[in-house]
Design a protein around this ligand. Structure first.
Ligand SMILES: [Zn+2]
Ligand SMILES: [Zn+2]
Length: 281
């Protein structure tokens, strides 16, 4: 794989990444990435410090976010690029999403307790570090506490959908996610769609107001890219790409830029940058 000079999908410690926003910017430039997009789960808190670091170093940083969205029984991810982090509708929606997640974690721990597998909430947060707690962290804590012998068993016995400690959570719909991103001046982009399902399913979600599609992603193979490119061209969608790097020491350590993205993607994305963003820089 050739490292790319573009990476529009990077996580930081503002969500579940292991690099601080400023370190992510430094890593990007050290790895030859000149156009970086930070898209943390359900938060834009990493954007202001990243912008500051990017400004000092002379790297172009696109503000982004990655919303967890419900579509039927699926969880899909909607990226928002060029969002105005000061937009109140967006901050309100993000706060609500994070609140729903906290409540869900509390309920999972309550159920585990009732099932005879109690965990210390503070320890679970410690495992998650400064990021937000998710089921993978709870699975690690279950192993550590000796309730199960592997993270796989933690999901199989307790945490997977349909298992006794599984708790669903309220989610935005794809249409609501698109609306809130557009209200914040951004472009909603369907994230890593290859694994969502067949073409009609992907197209159905794109119909919910998406302005772009993440064609290039570290999980996508050649066939995925070919299919997604044809969808993007049919619909004249913005084409984006990123590694989805969560930094070193994460479950799937990928360097920033460790994804194949053709150069023209960057030019095309910059060509569609909203005027408010270009003028504000
Ligand atoms: Zn994602
Ligand atoms: Zn991601």
């Amino acid at each position: 794989m050739n490292p790319s000079s573009i990476d529009l999908h990077v996580h930081t410690t503002a969500s579940d990444g292991t690099l601080s926003p400023a370190d992510a910017v430094r890593e990007a430039i050290a790895g030859g990435v000149a156009l970086l997009g930070i898209a943390d789960h359900d938060t834009t808190d990493g954007i202001p410090p990243a912008l500051e670091a990017a400004h000092e170093i002379g790297l172009t940083l696109i503000p982004g976010v990655e919303l967890s969205v419900g579509s039927g029984k699926r969880e899909i991810h909607v990226l928002g690029y060029f969002v105005d982090v000061a937009n109140t509708a967006l901050s309100r929606a993000l706060a609500k999403l994070r609140g729903a997640r906290d409540l869900r974690n509390e309920r999972i721990l309550q159920r585990l307790n009732d099932l005879g597998a109690p965990l210390d909430a503070a320890r679970v947060q410690e495992i998650a570090g400064s990021g937000s707690v998710g089921r993978p962290h709870i699975a690690k804590a279950l192993v550590e506490a000796g309730h199960v012998s592997s993270e796989g068993e933690a999901f199989g016995r307790y945490l997977a959908r349909g298992k006794p400690a599984y708790v669903g959570r309220e989610r935005l719909s794809p249409a609501e996610a698109s609306r809130v991103i557009r209200e914040a001046g951004g472009i909603p982009v369907l994230g890593h769609p290859a694994k969502i399902g067949p073409r009609q399913v992907i197209e159905g979600i794109l119909d919910d107001g998406m302005g772009g599609i993440e064609v290039f992603h570290s999980d996508h193979d050649e066939n995925d890219v070919a299919l997604l490119m044809s969808i993007a061209q049919d619909r004249d969608l913005l084409i984006t790409g990123g590694s989805d790097s969560h930094g070193p020491h994460s479950d799937r350590p990928l360097a920033i830029g460790e994804v194949d993205i053709p150069e023209w993607v960057g030019e095309q994305v910059m060509g569609r940058a909203p005027r408010w963003w270009r003028e504000g820089r």
